[in-house]
Design a protein around this ligand. Structure first.
Ligand SMILES: Cc1ncc(C[n+]2csc(CCOP(=O)(O)OP(=O)(O)O)c2C)c(N)n1
Length: 638
């Protein structure tokens, strides 16, 4: 009878041999070694195959990390088969972007069909960019924010003192301060936690050996008191022996696997590109070379999904505001000599320069740029310290999701009167295939200063022109300023019934001012950021249907514009539209601001309310924040 994977493209069930290995015996027999190597090969091929479907579909993803750690995963699977009673049989992984490993295990353990893996990261497939407990059958934990998981695993170990636990680690995740805290707890409590770290010297923006000179993972973990084994990750005899010795050691231990990233994948091995999803072309060559013609055929048949919604009131062309931020900083710096710029400005990156738009500053003004590790708290505070005199500015940037990590640092920076210009990209949910753990929802958490004299400002420009004007205007202001952008591109906002940009020539950004994108008498939609162009489409359609509804761009999120509010708040209704957390966003505050002023329009607010659907633009529709939903919400207020 044909196996259940006969048609998948790689007949995994025919090739993979469930083998049992006893960690008490650190030496592999010839047969065991051959079986292990064969399992490693077929699972690595499978990772290449199904992650490349993410590239083919245009939803990106990660290949190199999960590919790297397959030898460790195969060994752990063999231990679990041999003596499951001794272990918590979960392959915890602190590097959540290596989620392909969890989906592969889920298929291997028959929770999902292998065929389904070819929907990796597709909207509504339940295979999002990071593991989410309760969403994907077979997935046993949530992960994705680097640095959080080791401490959690320590807690599971405390609850299961008679079991041994494993966590796959990465040289990126280990840079987070939480890992140091977790190491100390594991050592002090002598927890039977075994950390197996893929030390491939690659993160997103570079090689730790380049940007963090002097840092040694092994020395660090030894310094915390862990027993550490260093091993070449691609020598299966040595890797196996090291993991066995770590398991039989009483107490916490780390195995550091040295390898080049994506070993054996031509064109990717050892490069930072291997961190991301494998391009279809390279995957095709790889699979062809291994004789997987059917897999190649299936891969070639995958095309990107398109969401062809035609927006009115904005341009067809879109720009990436997260990139425009970096360009706008470069423009401000044009007025400064190299020496003055270096003296007055310091940009501290947290391994995301390509994603958060800082690369252009790195390239054009290297004298102000500092490449640092995945250490948001430390990097933010260093930026604050640099900007702690009146004429200096620290610049900090990361994804909006990780703003939650630095709330207390923001408080302390404020108390030290620091000047930090922060760029939080990847706000909200738009095009966030990385899904729920990467949603940037709680931006208002940063607005936690005391009203008396607080200069903290949250700015969320609606388009590229407004982004440029905002950075130019607020760059040298004092205090903490957040400039926010999305992963998705945004079009230019147009004036009503015109092809002229709303934020065109001569526009100057006025902090704290609400902008009337459309004026109306019946009621108003109040919004900001990437929701403005969607709201324009909805409002213009409502206006063409005879409803005189207006639209406000509240690009300064945390300041009441008294004059403007009196105008739009005196109409019949107000709908707040945002992709921030509906519980903590603008809508949760604006009602109070209105009531305080005895303004009582009919009121409704819609924001992000649900865990993600995976995929790209689908996320907006999934949350009910698309123009059609906005129209419905407005109609409900009439
Ligand atoms: C707290 C946090 N900061 C930043 C990121 C974004 N991020 C995802 S993976 C990654 C680099 C990871 O490097 P590593 O863990 O060594 O993985 P590898 O490149 O080997 O796959 C970064 C910065 C994140 N997920 N969590």
């Amino acid at each position: 009878m044909a196996s259940a994977t006969a048609d998948f493209g790689i007949d995994v069930f025919a090739k993979y041999k469930p083998i049992a290995l006893d960690p008490a015996n650190p030496k592999l027999s010839e047969q065991q070694k051959a079986d292990l190597l064969s399992n490693i090969a077929v699972l690595r091929d499978t990772i290449v195959y199904f992650t490349s479907s993410g590239a083919a579909r245009g939803v990106s993803g990660h290949t190199g990390g999960p590919y790297d750690t397959i030898p460790e995963v195969c060994i752990l699977e063999a231990f679990f088969l041999h003596s499951s009673e001794k272990f918590i049989p979960i392959v915890y992984d602190e590097a959540g972007h290596r989620v392909a490993t969890q989906y592969l295990l889920s298929a291997l353990h028959k929770h999902i069909p292998f065929e389904h893996l070819l929907h990796y990261r597709e909207a509504n497939s339940k295979l999002p960019g990071h593991p989410e407990l309760g969403l994907t059958p077979g997935v046993q934990f949530s992960s994705g924010r680097l640095g959080h998981l080791w401490s959690f695993v320590n807690g599971v170990a405390l609850a299961n003192p008679d079991k041994t636990l494993f966590m796959l680690g990465s040289d990126g995740s280990q840079q987070e301060g939480d890992d140091a805290e977790a190491a100390r707890l594991a050592v002090a409590q002598n927890l039977n936690v075994k950390i197996i770290v893929d030390d491939n010297d690659v993160t997103i923006a570079g090689h730790p050996s380049d940007y963090m000179k002097g840092y040694s993972l092994a020395q660090t973990l030894k310094g915390h008191g862990l027993t550490v084994f260093e091993t070449p990750g691609e020598d299966v005899d040595k890797l196996y022996a090291s993991i066995c010795t770590a398991v039989t050691h009483n107490g916490p231990a780390a195995v550091i696997c040295k390898r080049k990233m994506a070993p054996g994948i031509k064109g990717l091995e050892g490069t930072t590109h291997a961190h991301d999803v494998i391009p279809v072309k390279i995957a095709t060559e790889y699979l062809k070379e291994r004789g997987y013609d059917k897999a190649v055929e299936k891969l070639q048949a995958i095309t990107p999904n398109s969401l062809a919604y035609l927006y009115t009131g904005s341009t067809q062309e879109k720009s990436a505001n997260r990139v425009v931020f970096g360009e706008a900083v470069v423009s401000v710096l044009e007025g400064l000599s190299k020496e003055e710029a270096r003296d007055r400005v310091r940009v501290i990156d947290s391994d995301l320069e390509g994603s958060t738009g800082l690369s252009v500053i790195h390239k054009q003004r290297p004298e102000v740029f500092l490449s640092s590790g995945i250490m948001e708290r430390g990097n933010f505070s260093a930026a604050a310290g640099f900007g702690s005199t009146k004429d200096r500015q620290g610049i900090f940037s990361t994804f909006s999701a990780f703003l939650e990590m630095i709330i207390s640092e923001i408080t302390m920076a404020r108390l030290n009167l620091a000047n930090v210009l922060c760029h939080f990209s990847h706000s909200g949910v738009d095009e966030m295939a990385d899904n729920t753990c990467h949603f940037g929802l709680n931006t208002y958490f940063a607005d936690n200063g005391l009203i008396d004299g607080d200069t903290t400002r949250l700015y969320f420009p609606a388009d590229a022109n407004q982004m440029r004007a905002t950075v130019a205007k607020v760059f040298w202001d004092q205090g903490i300023r957040l400039v926010i952008s999305t992963r998705a591109k945004v079009p230019l906002i147009l004036k009503e019934k015109s092809e002229e940009p709303f934020y065109g020539k001569g526009y100057e950004f006025a902090p704290g001012k609400d902008e009337f994108i459309r004026t109306g008498t019946a009621g108003y939609v109040v919004t900001f950021g990437e929701m403005v162009y969607r709201a324009v489409d909805a409002v213009d359609r409502l206006r063409s249907e005879g409803l005189d509804v207006g639209l406000i761009n509240k690009s300064t999120l945390n300041v009441v514009d008294e004059e403007a509010m009196r105008k739009w708040g005196s109409t019949g209704f107000v709908l707040v539209l945002e992709s921030l957390n509906q519980k903590t966003g603008l809508g949760s505050k604006l009602g109070t601001w209105l009531l305080e002023r005895q303004l009582t329009p009919k009121y409704k607010y819609i924001g992000t309310t649900k865990e993600g659907s995976g995929g790209l633009g689908e996320q907006i529709f999934h949350q009910g924040l698309d123009p059609q939903s906005v129209i419905k919400a407005v109609r409900s207020l009439q």
